[in-house]
Design a protein around this ligand. Sequence first.
Ligand code: SF4
Length: 506
Amino acid sequence: MKIKRLLIVDGYTDEPAGLGVPPYIDVYPREAYGAMKLASKDSKVYYFTIDEVRKKFDVYVRKANEADLVLVIAGALVPGRYLGGEPLRDPEELLMLKKFIDKPLALAGPAASMGLGGIGGSRSVKVNVDYRIRGRLSYWIYQAAKEGIDRAEDVMNYDYSFVSRALTLGAEVILQHPNMKLGNLVVEIETFKGCPRRLSGGCSFCLDVLKGTIKQRSVKDIVNEIEALYLLGARSFRLGRQSDILVYGSKEINSKEWPRPDPEALERLMKGIRSVAPSLMTLHIDNVNPGTVVRWPRESEEALKVIVEYHTPGDVAALGIESVDPKVVKLNNLKVHLDEAVEVIRIINKVGRTRGWNGLPHLLPGLNFIAGLPGESRRTWEFNRELLERIEKEGLLVRRVNVRKLSIVEGTKVSKMIDKVRVAKGYEGFRKFAMEWQKRMLTKVVPKGTVLYNVMVEKVVKGISYARAPGSYPLTIEVPSPFPIGKWLRVKVKKHHARSVVAEAV
Ligand code: SF4
């Protein structure tokens, strides 16, 4: 059967490189939508978020029964709660989506390969669906629409120009996204896939190194996609789907474990985006590999300057530090030692700490730690604590610290090194210390009295409005009065918590 009508249920994705939890939309729904339109202009594609399905299950059942295929996108690999939506994580909930329909169901996103539920120290559960799409989604959907669903195959070795055509045509799906109606939709943009460090085997826990040779999207393809999105009304973008934005466009990307950044290539991309989206509200980045900054300090500084010239303030360079315990660094092939991590944070501060028009520093580092890696001991938490203490002592700024437990993903090196996550003593103490540290840090990042612009109310609970600016790791702002969801506010900071601030509307 050739599919002519597709119903997409977005169960949200959160991967090391890529976010699709509202207000974000990731590449998967855009690819699926675009592939259907590439196959036939007359095809029909409906899009629901999982939160919409939960609210109006009867509408979902009716639409699903009108479609030829239900495509569920899922795989929030990062534990934690989200302000913008609740990901589909429970295998039972996925089965409910199938229970009342007589149409086939396909699963895409990380859950198709890894199952559901495997977060923070556990292994995931495989789920029973009609089709599991592990290859590039646009190829599978295109084949299902053109040749028939049973002839669709997983394509791993794809051509980025086809994917880009699908993404550009698929921009239209944003018109069905609830956050587009609100005005705070952030579109996650893919720039390349894979990690240069695959040449040394990469970090022990990481799946990105298994993606093979790196493919990069051309500036033209990325800019065309952003233009299509912008013309449809999207105003916030994040260059989030890549292992290290600093090395985008580097000619050494497949020949060196640590390619030299090419600031000119990055500038062509950033400039191109600005030229087709002149009134954008947000242009942010995600991952920066701290190992690149240490090995190429001059080129990295230039690349960071390019980002700061063309982006919007409030941006975060997420650094996968994971651990600075030398034993853990060595055993897991991590990226930087303690002194090097401090140097990376110095360089990012030098380029990015000035305050921008929306009240936030331009570009600050975010630090990610992982607990439970092989080699971890009580000493590990002393090394990591020393890193935070040195940052504070030097007066450097950090936007956020994230400490998560290792997830053992099948196929990674760590899955052969250990069978269970064991967190060493000292972890809870470090977490507590990091929370207090973050609270002190926030008082410097957004001191009392700072006015923040362009924050939108996303949730109201017991008379408190929770607002954020669209962007990378946005700060949660609690406003102690109820405002309508979707209201844009200007607020003045009054008080600090570890992960949020209290502010009044002004
Ligand atoms: S640097 Fe390590 S964690 Fe980052 S993408 Fe490469 S292998 Fe994965």
